[in-house]
Write a protein of this length. Structure first.
Lengths: 307, 540
């Protein structure tokens, strides 16, 4: 039985449809990523599952329990880190964990959580004196105060420095090792590719692809990227006769394009260059990445590695 | 229950770590107390008369500013949203928040009360009732605070909403400004505000007839509080992104407003707003609650208009531990006083059974005219002979002069009562603090001197000074015929002020206070701000 089943979830805010028939399943012990650009509906979907928002329609089952009919039962079994978790300025991590532990029937010991998430030294420091990384670790500790079967992480690494981000990645990997099921939303492609067993790409409120990262790459496209350096610049009209070239870009002596017919296109291209006496200095053919898949599916432009 | 207690404890801990919250919650009430004490230092039992107002201001500030500010601030930061992820009910969290606020309010109230007692205020007449009244008042204002917390989208909006409620309630809602000083429309208006019922409930337990005498006010507070709680529960929002203007439940605000309207209409139906003195009389003075004298008073030494607390302050003696007794026999020939001296045997005074027996020796022995409140002060002011009233005041004064000879209470057969009634004509505008207050005494003195032979008037004025609570005060209900403001008025204050005006006239008749001279300035007396101004004119 899947840990989470979402069927035909729909949520609309005024004229904006944030989730439009979203359906997916998460298997037990799996790290599942919801990957999408900002405003794609991934946070709305997550918040509907954990009971922060009431969907307009759809079915949500968490650990076999109808989350819409029995939200408190579900809340006993899950933990979540929201995009922004702020606490009162003067509350200490120990006090916050003790307070939240009192909300659950079977809560973890605050001292254990302080130890596990490395905030023992800051256990009695006021919240407003904690660094961003320490606050995020406290947010994770709060998510684990319920001894959760399932953990929901909404863009947990956004705004963190590289060191804190690496530490959090390690912690998320440990969750899987410990047997937790994790739903992670992110707009970092490398994060999704690195951490997730399976990914659902969401755009404009719809799931447009689901699968393991390598499956998505292998199955969703035959396009490959070609990067070519020549001794002299290529005249674009020369390439008109070459079949299968898409997304052509010429920058001085550097030419890049994508093609679904590598052998045929490169054969034609090299023939044309040889006929005109243009030497090839460098030639690279690269298979598609998750980013390529994502860009093609969501029709988004790349922003370094953040989309 | 564990969640309730933990959240309650956390809320209190965080409150006591917040310096600003401590300043607003505890220091401001003490500042209010000090301000009232300074402003009303000349009145009889100054603090005991204003504890209802002081405690109401404290509750109003804590419940209508402190509570919603905390809740909205936490909501804005996403703390309530984080709470919502946990399997804990809204009721649990809101209840613990309210309980924490109640503890904060009651500790602030107790601190204020302790400070007042330290300043010489007698113990509340009904301590248990006071706790009950405080709970009713807190319930009403916390309900209001919850509604504000649900309406305000951010902390600045709380401040704006709070001011919209706080200031009208303070000024025309019967909290900071006595109802008697307000025009009639404002007194009707105040019936729709909880502030009035809060003041009356608390005051009745401090120095009045107790909570049983203000059942309607308590009911009004419960209705207002319940209306607020119901509305707030239906408008509750966890998330700052849920803007009030776009929420579907905002129609429930009508329930809170309806509660105010129902209370106001009930009050109108009962005729409370139109009553002139009912409200004030529910808050009876301290004196009637004290045990009566064991024998008929043969007073020669007492203090018109002086509270025991003030008397202690003036005599520089330490405050007694017990509630002060009413004016009674104090057989002391020497003009000195102290708590310890009271206990020592003193040579007896001659006993006077009627005003006709009063002698100049009695007056010389018992009254000290150079310690009267300044004519230029706040209490019992009298315009100097060189001062001209504004045209409007001059017209009113002329009207009073014309009407006094035919004013029925000024024609009663009993000369003592007649003098009392005429002195009320000076005392009422003084209590109401209307523009005529500084000029009305002239008309009254003229009338008294015209109507009563001087030798009799001297004796009668002395008699009234030492018997300020005797006689009838029904004449106060007829001063409105002299175009004075209508509205509730504190009868004890009126009697006290009348007695002081009596002594001031007596001083003028005896040449102790030269006509046209302003005591407190020309005679070298300290003016109004002097701590020992009022009542020192009566020897102990």
């Amino acid at each position: 039985m899947p840990s989470v089943t979402v069927s035909d979830l729909r949520k609309q805010y005024d004229d904006v449809v944030a989730a439009d028939g979203v359906s997916f399943e998460i298997d037990r012990g799996e790290i599942f990523g919801l990957l999408g650009p900002n405003g794609s509906g991934k946070t709305t979907t997550l918040e509907c599952i954990i009971g922060l928002r009431e969907p307009d329609r759809g079915e949500i089952k968490v650990a076999g329990i109808d989350a819409r009919r029995h939200p408190r039962t579900v809340k006993e079994r899950i933990g979540a880190v929201l995009q922004t978790t702020s606490l009162q300025d003067k509350i200490t991590p120990r006090e916050a964990l003790t307070l939240f532990a009192s909300f659950y029937l079977k809560a973890a010991r605050p001292a254990d959580l302080l130890e596990r998430f490395g905030i023992v030294e800051k256990a009695d420091a006021p919240f407003d004196s904690l660094s961003g990384g320490q606050r995020q670790r406290l947010a994770l500790a709060l998510a684990f105060v319920s001894n959760p079967e399932l953990v929901f992480l909404d863009e947990p690494t956004t705004g963190l420095d590289p060191q804190s981000r690496r530490e959090l990645h390690a912690e998320i990997s440990r969750m899987k090792t410990d047997g937790h099921t994790v739903l992670l939303t992110t707009h970092y492609i490398d994060e999704a590719e690195r951490l997730c067993d399976r990914i659902a790409i969401i755009d404009r409120g719809r799931i447009i692809a689901t699968g393991a990262p390598h499956e998505l790459i292998a199955g969703s496209t035959t396009y490959q990227s070609v990067s070519l350096a020549t001794a002299t610049a290529i005249d674009p009209t020369l390439l008109a006769a070459v079949p299968g070239i898409d997304d052509l870009a010429i920058d001085g002596t550097r030419t890049t394009f994508r093609t679904a017919t590598v052998s045929r296109t490169l054969g034609g291209l090299l023939h044309e260059l040889d006929a005109r006496g243009i030497d090839v200095v460098d030639l690279r053919v690269k298979k598609a990445t998750l980013e390529d898949v994502f860009i093609r599916l969501t029709d988004s432009g790349p922003r370094e590695h953040e989309l | 229950m564990r969640a309730f207690l933990q959240h309650l404890a956390a809320s209190l801990r965080l409150h006591y770590r917040n310096k600003m919250a401590l300043i607003y919650g505890y220091l401001f009430p003490l500042i209010f107390l000090l301000a009232f004490w300074v402003l009303y230092r000349y009145e009889s039992v100054p603090l005991v008369r204003h504890m209802g107002e002081l405690l109401t201001v404290s509750v109003l500030g804590g419940a209508c500013f402190g509570l919603p500010t905390t809740m909205v601030s936490e909501r804005e930061r996403g703390i309530w949203r984080r709470y919502r992820l946990a399997p804990v009910s809204t009721l649990t969290l809101v209840s613990s928040t309210v309980a924490a606020r109640y503890i904060i309010l009651i500790t602030a109230g107790l601190l204020q009360l302790a400070a007042a007692l330290g300043a010489g205020m007698p113990l509340p007449a009904h301590p248990a009732g006071l706790f009950g009244a405080f709970a009713f008042v807190s319930f009403a204002f916390i309900g209001l605070g919850l509604v504000m917390a649900m309406m305000a989208d951010n902390v600045p909006a709380v401040q704006a909403l709070g001011q919209c409620i706080f200031l009208p309630m303070l000024i025309i809602g019967g909290i900071a400004v006595p109802l008697a000083s307000l025009p009639e429309w404002a007194q009707h208006f105040s019936m729709f505000f909880p502030g009035r019922y809060a003041v009356e409930s608390l005051q009745a337990c401090v120095n009045g007839a107790g909570l049983g005498a203000v059942r309607f006010q308590a009911l009004a507070l419960v209705i207002i509080g319940a209306g607020g709680c119901i509305a707030a529960s239906q408008m509750f929002r966890w998330d700052a992104q849920q803007r009030f203007s776009r929420r579907s439940g905002k129609g429930w605000l009508a329930v809170a407003l309806a509660a105010w309207a129902i209370v106001g209409l009930m009050s109108e139906y009962r005729g409370r707003g139109a009553a002139r003195t009912t409200a004030a009389r529910t808050a009876a003075p301290v004196q009637p609650q004290a045990p009566p004298p064991a024998e008929p008073p043969r007073v020669v030494t007492t203090q018109p208009a002086l509270s025991p607390a003030e008397t202690r302050a003036l005599s520089s003696s330490p405050p007694p531990k017990e509630r002060p007794a009413p004016p009674r026999v104090a057989e002391k020939p020497a003009p000195k006083s102290s708590a310890t001296e009271d206990a020592q045997p003193q040579p007896p005074h001659p006993v006077r059974s009627s005003w006709q027996e009063v002698t100049i020796a009695d007056i010389e022995r018992d009254l000290i005219f150079d310690r009267l409140p300044s004519d230029q002060g706040i209490v019992t002011p009298i315009a100097g002979s060189d001062e001209d009233p504004d045209p409007e005041v001059a017209d009113h004064l002329e009207y009073i002069r014309e009407m006094l000879p035919s004013w029925q209470p000024g024609k009663v057969a009993d000369p003592v009562q007649r003098v009392r009634n005429l002195l009320y004509v000076a005392a009422v505008p003084d209590v109401q603090q209307t523009p005529i207050e500084r000029f009305a005494p002239h008309a009254v003195y003229e009338r008294l001197q015209h109507d009563i032979p001087k030798d009799q008037l001297i004796k009668i004025l002395y008699w009234i000074a030492v018997h300020p609570t005797d006689g009838d005060d029904a004449a106060v209900d007829q001063v409105w015929a002299l175009k004075f403001q209508s509205g509730a008025i504190d009868m004890q204050q009126v009697r006290d002020r009348a007695a002081i005006y009596g002594v001031k006239l007596l001083g003028r008749l005896l040449g102790k206070i030269p006509e046209g001279v302003r005591p407190g300035s020309d005679q070298g007396q300290t003016p109004d701000h002097r701590a020992d101004g009022l009542g020192s004119h009566v020897r102990q």
